[in-house]
Ligand binder design. Sequence first.
Ligand code: PMP
Length: 369
Amino acid sequence: PIYLDYAATNPLDREILSKMMMVSTHYGNPSSVHKLGKNAKIRLERARELIADNIFVDPNEIIFTSGATESNNTVLESVSRANKNAHIITTKLEHKSILEKLEQDKNIEVSFVETDSEGLINIDDLKSKIRDNTKLITIHYVNNETGTIQPIKEICEMLRDTGILIHIDAAQALGHVPLDMSKLDVDYMSISGHKIGAPKGIGLLYIKSDSKLNPLIYGGEQERGRRAGTENLIYAHAISVGVRKAVRDFDERRATEQLLKNLFLSELNSLGVPYELNASKNVSPHIINIYLPFVTTDIMLTRLDLKDVYVSGGSACNAGTVQPSHVITDMYDENRANRSIRVSLNYMTTEDEIKKAATIFKEIYESLK
Ligand code: PMP
């Protein structure tokens, strides 16, 4: 099989797995006052420090969550509960964990900032949408369907001294685009473990030290009262190693991904497979979203699946349904969304896999022509 769906999830990294096994013997509850508990607590904080050191933040600014979905929901819930009628600005291209949460919360007024044909936000439009009760801007750093990288730095500069909080969903950013928090003045950031080789079910929320947070989950005083529930030491270590590797190997990974992306597109070109890129300018190297005029998304996915090539029709969260991608529909139209697929790779992908996949694209194109 050729797995080209890394934006949906990644296999468990072997180094991460061995780290998980190593810490698994420390089964004490980090809140217990005996030695076993204290030992677990010390180890939990070591994982947090490793993460903090690698993204240049303070360990107190990091909490462990169950994933980017929970991190995103936590930020929106926090802002909603702190304000009566909070106005939040976002885009229509967000992950469902933002859009659905906003939709559900009747206390939140939402404005959607304009995005261009590449999915990039229009900063002037963002400026014009700010109101007196605007409390938060929430925006993805890298789009999970198109790979488009948003101008977060410019947004932060524009919002400086306005008192408006900024949240970025960086689930697709870590390991693929530079992520140095000392250079980004954001208040909150979400990260997902399974996008960087850790298991599903662990994530991070960065909370700038002077920014408040009302918890989503109440109970014990874990995570300094910001997220209740006995901490998962094993998963905390898993994501810490994932973060460290993503940062340490960043240059190498990025170069590999860029090379593979270019190779895939040049192979399609030389094989004569017609396609158009849905986003091409400011795009992360691990995501390729293409419009295939000769085939619908569901047929293409089925044909590729029969040949054991695994890609996606949009975001994995919509998989299994025939709904066209909300992102491509918003950027173009439903017809184009119905004929687009997302190919996503990572540093583990090989040139051979890319060439084989392109050849299979060619075979499918020939058979449908
Ligand atoms: N945001 C983005 C941009 C994502 O790509 C994903 C994963 N598809 C999520 C949030 C949700 O992450 P998780 O699976 O860790 O809840």
